[in-house]
Design a protein around this ligand. Sequence first.
Ligand SMILES: C[S@@+](CC[C@H](N)C(=O)[O-])C[C@H]1O[C@@H](n2cnc3c(N)ncnc32)[C@H](O)[C@@H]1O
Length: 218
Amino acid sequence: MTDSYANILNDFNGLQTESGFSSALRRENDGVYIPSLRNDHAALYRTLLFTVKPRRILEAGTLYGYSSILAAETLNEVFGNDFRIDTVEVDQENALIAAENIEKAGFSGNIRIINGDAEEVFSCLEGPYDLVFLDCSKSSYKEMFPDVKRLLRQGGLLLADDVCYHGKLEGAQGETVPHKHRTIVNSLRDFLQTVSDDNDFAAFVDKMDDGMLVAVKK
Ligand SMILES: C[S@@+](CC[C@H](N)C(=O)[O-])C[C@H]1O[C@@H](n2cnc3c(N)ncnc32)[C@H](O)[C@@H]1O
């Protein structure tokens, strides 16, 4: 393998998301661990957004706004100004920082931040949404699934990040998981089993990085 071939493979996913305010926001945080979407899943998310072309997105876990802004930049290329993202963040300080970033990115009119617990907020929302992206506390995914299903339109996409939980789900069922991770691991296993058993969904787990569930409501 030549060096240039190796480089394009190493850099490919990063290069896909190397423009716009979202990429500047991620670079600002270089060297500091921020649990935003990594390059690989950011590139996957962007590719799926161009495929599904969702006009209405619901996200759980805003943090500082990176994934919302990345989605807005993508949808702006597809629809101009005619799209809407609702994003739910439980931490008030994160929500304020996200609001500032979203304002700077020019998407305040498209992205609504809802400060609250996604589990509670989702139960009060009305659909339909074209895409739901879960990127909040992993132990909430299973509890949120009935509302996610209610809120998603037929043909809509569900994405759930970090479902492999740092590789901790890979062990056989019943294998000992350190106590501090057990609740989350069991809850994620139940969540994946629930989606897998649900005949209204066709789904796939991408095991790259910390894993991403990609599921379509049939
Ligand atoms: C992994 S970060 C989200 C990263 C973000 N999507 C991005 O790519 O930049 C998780 C965020 O979810 C928030 N969070 C955790 N549990 C939550 C819940 N139950 N409801 C809403 N937000 C939650 C955390 O405060 C944190 O900001």
